[in-house]
Design a protein around this ligand. Structure first.
Ligand SMILES: [Zn+2]
Length: 231
């Protein structure tokens, strides 16, 4: 599914070190972390993207004493979190465009958080680009995590292979990817790593790795958002 390009620019040993670091710091099993050499990007659990550069910066930061500061590297800074601007590329179908707008509205309906998303029609002002790609693979959409400089993840890519997915699952998928954009990871795989105190089991969470029909956020989703981005 991913291109099997030999990682020429990155030594095998270095790659293994970065993979181990990402596994330890995110709770994702190393077996589920793939290096996409063509894009110099790590893919975690099929849909979470971290660039090689960002992984190196995270590893460097992780060697400092750990605590709130280290945790902050993964979150969106105050400068951006109150107005994360999404731009939807023209290639995005109207059904996925609707799902994107529903995702924005879903997150904005969470009370007790400073997190706020917007749609912009000015591409150059966007924090996040929503685009499309085709991959004969089992991921419906992919998104980047926040960067070590406090910016939100900058891209959500929709796999057009799943254009026939029902509207409810499209809404779930887009809301889920937006969660990655502002720093949430999969609840069923990484609970407690970034947000101690959230439920260890939350099968209907929007941040579960499997796309479900949209039924609204769980109490755990809301709590997690309020903890990482309090008002
Ligand atoms: Zn995901």
């Amino acid at each position: 599914m991913k291109e099997e390009v030999a990682p020429a620019a990155i030594q095998k040993e270095e790659l293994a070190k970065l993979t181990d670091f990402l596994a330890t710091s995110t709770g994702v099993k190393a077996d589920n972390i793939v290096f996409d050499a063509a894009h110099k990007t790590f893919v975690l659990d099929g849909d979470v993207l971290i660039t090689e550069t960002d992984a190196r910066e995270r590893m460097a930061a992780g060697q400092a004493p750990q605590g709130e500061h280290w945790r902050g590297n993964y979150l969106v800074s105050n400068t951006y979190v109150t107005n994360i601007d999404y731009f939807i590329e023209s290639s995005v179908s109207s059904a996925w465009r609707t799902a994107t707008r529903q995702g924005i509205a879903n997150w904005n309906a969470v009370n007790g958080t400073r997190l706020f998303l917007r749609e912009t029609t000015t591409r150059s002002q966007a924090d996040v680009i929503v685009n499309t790609s085709y991959a004969d693979a089992n991921w419906i959409a992919q998104a980047y995590l926040p960067y070590s400089n406090g910016r939100p993840g900058n891209t959500v890519t929709i796999n057009t292979k799943y254009n026939s997915l029902d509207a409810s699952r499209k809404q779930f998928a887009m809301t889920h990817e937006m969660g990655h954009i502002h720093g949430l990871l999969h609840t069923n795989q990484t609970q407690g790593v970034f947000i101690p105190g959230t439920p260890s089991s939350d099968p209907n969470s929007v941040m579960n790795a499997s796309v479900l029909a949209w039924q609204g956020f769980t109490a755990g989703d809301i709590l997690a958002t309020q903890i990482i981005y309090p008002e």
